[in-house]
Write a protein that binds this ligand. Structure first.
Ligand code: ADP
Ligand code: MG
Length: 365
């Protein structure tokens, strides 16, 4: 390669986003824009008291999924869920989606039907509509979705609102999606000789496999927050693992945080998988990603309301920035927690492998 060109891999995913963001910096800013690059979704004002949010996420064959391994309807469902997850991370509800689809020539009409059945199921579940898109040929199946959502101005939650003294909370259970990926990779290894004839066995370890292949966005949780009168001070969805997401909240809010490892909520099936593979289950939650749960902070005055809510765990505290982001367990005490979740183009080649997790051709995100 010519010495005048720099490989993008030297920047890393977040470095690329920062560099591209810097190139746009002197664009005149529209008066309606409230949050641009840097949160789960961009936010702009549409009328007095009402905001819209907008977000895009792509799923690409060979990077995010293996077409022989995920039923097409699950892939359709997941492609909507990962976008809705970013909308609900702003405490907003999804309204409309558009899709850009790159279709390889060897894909069947029946597969496309399956994909759209899954998309339809997800749209129904989240109360939204797919209203347009673009279709092209491609070398691999490419699905890029944009979702617009709505939130009352007083209800919007950013990554940047955490305060020292807040409690750090998470919805549902974590680490399950990575456990599912491990099971699928293991099955693929065991049955690779059967080639295209192999049908994934979705019965065994169904919960963790579903967590990986057909994740739900937690729209139900933001509805539960509203009902319980809880307004998180900051929020992010878990696409890259808790370690990475806590860092995003900490950096954007100018605070530090401690994650209490024994408080991480796991499903028994996730424990079973971690035990079977003799893995450290905490690494699944911290560095595995793709759980699409919500990580959020609340003011101490609201923690009793959070405790009363089913399916939410308090997992840590927000502290002074100087303390950094740390993990606490009785065995290790307090240790720095590195933001080592899956990053595309990671310059340091840090991936879940470094935490005793397997290599993933799918990518762990
Ligand atoms: P998430 O995992 O929540 O989808 P990302 O890590 O993908 O968030 O993106 C972080 C932020 O960077 C978001 O605000 C996103 O809109 C923005 N972003 C990502 N890629 C690009 C890009 N190529 N150009 C401009 N903004 C980007
Ligand atoms: Mg997100």
């Amino acid at each position: 390669m010519s010495e005048h060109f720099t490989p993008v891999s030297t920047l890393g995913e977040f470095g690329i986003i920062q560099r591209m963001s810097d190139r746009l910096v002197d664009l005149p800013r529209s008066s309606g824009l409230i949050e641009g690059i840097g949160d789960d979704a961009a936010v702009y004002k549409v009328s007095e008291g009402t905001l819209h949010v907008i977000t895009t996420d792509a799923l690409i064959e060979g990077v995010h999924f293996d077409r022989t391994f995920i039923p097409m309807s699950f892939l359709g469902f997941k492609s909507i869920s990962v976008n809705v997850s970013d909308v609900v991370a702003m405490n907003a509800k999804p309204l409309y989606a558009t899709i850009a689809l790159g279709i390889p020539r060897n894909m069947s009409v029946e597969m496309l039907d399956g994909l759209y059945d899954g998309i339809k199921m997800a749209c129904k579940k989240y109360g939204m509509e797919l209203v347009g898109g673009d279709t092209t040929t491609a070398h691999a199946l490419y699905i890029s979705i944009t979702v617009v959502g709505e939130v009352a101005e007083r209800d919007v939650v950013f990554r940047r609102g955490a305060n020292v003294g807040d409690f750090l909370c998470v919805t549902g259970d974590v680490g399950g999606a990575y456990a599912g990926l491990k099971v699928l990779l293991d099955q693929r290894q065991a049955l690779k000789d059967l080639g295209e004839d192999y049908e994934p066995d979705l019965e065994a370890l169904q919960y963790v496999i579903q967590r990986q292949l057909r994740p739900n966005a937690r729209l139900d949780m933001i509805e539960a927050f509203k009902k319980a009168g809880i307004r998180p001070t900051s929020m992010i969805d878990i696409s890259d693992g808790i370690a990475s997401e806590v860092h995003h909240i900490a950096i954007r809010s100018g605070v530090g945080a401690t994650v209490r490892i024994p408080a991480l909520p796991f499903d028994p099936e996730t424990r079973l998988v971690a035990d079977q593979f003799m893995d450290d289950i905490d690494a699944y939650a911290l560095f595995g990603g793709e759980d699409y749960e919500l990580l959020f902070t609340v003011d101490p005055s609201e923690v009793s309301k959070v405790d009363a809510l089913e399916g939410v765990s308090v997992i840590g505290n927000i502290e002074e920035a100087a303390r950094g982001v740390r993990a606490y367990s009785p065995e290790t005490g307090l240790l720095p927690l590195h933001p080592a979740g899956y990053q595309h183009f990671d310059p340091n080649e840090v991936n879940p492998d470094d935490f005793d997790l397997p290599p993933s051709k799918n990518g762990a995100k």
